[in-house]
Write a protein that binds this ligand. Structure first.
Ligand code: G6P
Ligand code: MN
Length: 439
């Protein structure tokens, strides 16, 4: 049996992840689950719901709820990392400050993502160091923490030998929609994919060896990446802003029909359209605070009053994916998933030290990427520019360099000019005084 810690235990995603773990106890038997957060008060509420879920399945798992790193990580086998530095209050500013300059306001893409990266690298490194100090030598950190691309680069640069597997559920969420459109199970899809996190393309989508990308393309021209019956989409991605995001795939494929894009590419390819159709006063952060956040805390309150747990946190791909990947790590299954790895020749015409997102076989020794080969110039050029923005941002953090932060912002395709980049950066510096290194 294994001991597992959830770092960022106060996340609203926690109960859903716990349900996914409980559904897979046969493949990943657990003796202990430890919840760790720097905000103990918030975590305590979420753990009420998490414990209630565990009790539905078993009374054999010891649960610990702590703000002390040693108590959390001593002797654990796995850590699920899902920190949100600055919580939703800072996400709201990451989205609204750029929008006030008519620039894309998004938590991981554009200046909002760069700002979030500036907040997250130091706490992420601190977490890795705690885990290396206290956990088993063979322990893995399976990391969802955003902005994943910048976090992956920061970890590669600052803790190159750490056992961190960086993952994102967007490729698999996109595959959920593709499967629903084709009327097959997600597990039946065999896909090829390349890119950076939140910046990649599906180049092939096969079922039983038959290429189905042309069919998907025709469907997207009519409906975007959605089925008429969106009940197959999990609760979170069925929110109106996510529906809009999946519809906008049509916009991308109308212009670039070759491959199926990751939905996040719309922020880089159509920033003008995104800004025009954004509500500057009410962004995704508001939608989440008024929706997912509120619902969870209300559910906990009701449970404490009545003993009845409403299942308001259905398991989506987000929960199942992290557990699938961890089962493959734990049991050395070598299953093939889309994850982040250091390039090292997987895509020969991209830098060897790029953190790319590609298919890899997940073994107990870590992810083994499949060879992809050279990619066409258009995609390479886009990736090189985005990669430069992210790598220079990490250098800015390490060196405390304002100049490099401005270079990183200027290189980001969501920013129209160095003048606007500087104005947005300066506002974000002010808003992030408590969090950022001094630039
Ligand atoms: C997807 C992305 C995550 C991102 C999340 C935001 O799952 O892969 O990186 O954090 O969406 O979702 P939310 O519901 O918080 O807007
Ligand atoms: Mn993601």
């Amino acid at each position: 049996t294994f001991k597992l810690a959830v770092a960022g235990g106060g996340s609203t995603y926690t109960p859903g992840i716990i349900r996914s773990l409980m559904d897979r106890l046969e493949d990943l038997p657990l003796s202990e689950i430890r919840f760790y957060d720097i905000d103990g008060e918030r975590q305590a509420k979420v753990v009420v719901a998490a414990k209630a879920v565990i009790e539905e399945y078993t009374d054999k798992i010891k649960v610990i709820d702590t703000t002390d790193p040693q108590t959390a990580f001593e002797d654990v086998d796995f850590v699920f990392a899902q920190m949100r530095v600055g919580k939703y209050a800072m996400r709201e500013l990451d989205e609204k400050i750029p929008l006030s300059h008519n620039v894309v306001g998004q938590e991981t893409c554009g200046p909002g993502g760069l700002a979030y990266g500036l907040r997250t690298i130091a706490p992420m490194i601190e977490l890795i160091d705690y885990v290396e100090k206290y956990a088993k030598e063979t322990a893995w950190i399976v990391n969802y923490s955003n902005p994943a691309s910048i976090v992956a680069e920061g970890v590669r640069k600052l803790r190159p030998n750490s056992r961190v597997l960086n993952i994102c559920d967007m490729p698999v969420a996109t595959m959920r929609n593709i499967a629903a459109i084709l009327g097959v199970e997600r597990e039946e899809l065999e896909v090829d994919y390349f890119g950076l996190n939140h910046f990649g393309w599906f180049t092939s989508i096969k079922v039983d060896g038959v290429e189905r990308l042309p069919e998907i393309r025709e469907h997207v021209y009519k409906y975007g990446l959605l089925t008429e019956d969106i009940s197959k989409i999990d609760y979170r991605h069925a929110d109106s802003s996510w529906i809009k995001t999946f519809k906008n795939i049509k916009l991308i494929m109308d212009h670039f029909p070759e491959y199926l894009p990751n939905p996040y590419l719309q922020y880089y390819l159509f920033p003008d359209h995104i800004v025009e159709t954004s509500n500057k006063e009410y962004t995704r952060a508001n939608e989440v605070m008024d929706g997912r956040e509120k619902t969870l805390f209300e559910t906990v309150k009701k449970y404490e009053e009545t003993g009845i747990l409403e299942d308001s946190f259905a398991v989506g791909v987000h929960g199942t994916f992290i557990v699938d990947v961890t089962v493959s790590l734990a049991q050395n299954l070598g299953k093939r998933y889309l994850v982040m790895v250091e390039n090292n020749g997987t895509i020969p015409n991209l830098p060897a030290d790029a953190m790319i997102e590609v298919p890899a076989l997940i073994t107990s020794d870590g992810p083994k990427p499949e060879f992809v080969g050279d990619i066409p110039y258009f995609y390479k050029a886009m990736i090189d520019q985005q990669l430069a923005s992210e790598k220079i941002l990490v250098e800015a953090i390490v060196e405390g360099s304002y100049e490099k932060a401005l270079q990183a912002f200027t290189l980001n395709k969501t920013l129209p000019s160095a003048k606007v980049a500087k104005a947005v950066l300066d506002d974000l510096i002010e808003a992030n005084k408590e969090y950022w290194p001094t630039l």
